[in-house]
Design a protein around this ligand. Structure first.
Ligand SMILES: Cc1cc2nc3c(=O)[nH]c(=O)nc-3n(C[C@H](O)[C@H](O)[C@H](O)COP(=O)(O)O)c2cc1C
Length: 203
C-alpha cells in the first residue's frame, strides 16, 4: 500500500547524507532492482543518458580513493574559495575520504553527453544533466527504501573515474554514490531544510 503524503514526507525528512558506513556487503539482487528503478526515470527523448558502474572490489575501491584524495588535496590547497570552505566546515568534510574504502559499494555515475551511431557518427542526447539528476534521485530513494544510506560524493574533477573504470569518451563522470548500511557512530551535521514558503509559491 502506498504511503500517505505525510508518511512519505516524514520518511524523506529522515533521509540524511551519511559519511561513515558499516562494511556489510550490499545485496546485489536488491542493488540491481534499485538501479533498474533509477532506469525508469523520465528523461530527454527517452535516450536514457546514464551509466552506473558498481564497484565492490577492494582493490578498485582503494585505487579510486587514492585518485580522489589526490584531487581533493589539490582542491583544498588551490581551488576552494573562503566562502566554500566556510560552508564545508559545517559539514566537517576535508580531503580525507575513508568512506571510499570502508563502504561496501561505490556506484560511479556517468552522463552520456552524446551517442555514437552505428556508422560512427555522433548524435546528440537531450537534457542530460537534468535527466541524470532525476534518475539519481530515484536511485537514492530506492536505496534508502531498501535500508541503505548514501553519500553523493563529487570529487572535482571526477575525470579519473572514466579511465579507472574503462568508460568511453562520450561519458562524463558526475559523482560517486557511496552505498552501505549507515554506521550509527556517525555524527550527523546539524542542518535545516527550507520551509514551504521559502521553496514554493502558489499562483
Ligand atoms: C550534487 C551534490 C554534490 C555533493 N557533493 C558532496 C561531496 O563531495 N562531499 C560530501 O561530503 N557531500 C556532498 N554532498 C552532500 C551534501 O553536502 C548534502 O546533501 C547536504 O549537506 C544536505 O544534507 P542531507 O543530504 O543530509 O540532507 C553533495 C550533494 C549533492 C546533491
Amino acid at each position: 500500500m502506498p504511503l500517505s503524503s505525510k508518511q512519505l514526507l516524514e520518511e524523506s525528512r529522515a533521509r540524511r547524507t551519511w559519511r561513515k558506513f558499516l562494511s556489510d556487503a550490499v545485496d546485489m539482487d536488491v542493488l540491481r532492482d534499485c538501479i533498474l528503478t533509477a532506469g525508469t526515470a523520465p528523461n530527454g527523448a527517452n535516450l536514457q543518458p546514464w551509466h552506473y558502474t558498481i564497484v565492490t572490489d577492494p582493490e578498485m575501491k582503494q585505487r579510486i580513493r587514492t585518485a580522489a584524495e589526490a584531487v581533493e588535496r589539490e582542491f583544498y590547497a588551490k581551488k576552494i574559495s573562503d566562502k566554500w570552505r566556510e560552508d564545508l566546515d559545517v559539514l566537517k568534510v576535508n580531503a580525507e575520504k575513508p568512506f571510499l574504502t570502508e563502504a561496501p559499494c561505490l556506484i560511479a555515475v556517468f552522463e552520456e553527453n552524446f551517442r555514437f551511431m552505428e556508422d560512427g557518427s555522433r548524435a546528440p542526447n537531450y537534457y542530460v544533466p537534468t535527466s541524470v539528476g532525476i534518475s539519481l534521485g530515484l536511485l537514492i530513494n530506492a536505496l534508502r527504501n531498501a535500508g541503505y544510506a548514501t553519500l553523493t560524493y563529487t570529487p572535482a574533477p571526477a575525470t579519473f573515474l572514466r579511465e579507472l573504470l574503462g568508460r568511453p569518451q562520450n561519458e562524463t563522470p558526475v559523482m560517486i554514490l557511496v552505498v552501505g548500511k549507515p554506521d550509527p557512530s556517525y555524527e550527523l551535521p546539524p542542518i535545516t531544510k527550507k520551509s514551504f514558503e521559502e521553496i514554493a509559491d502558489i499562483i
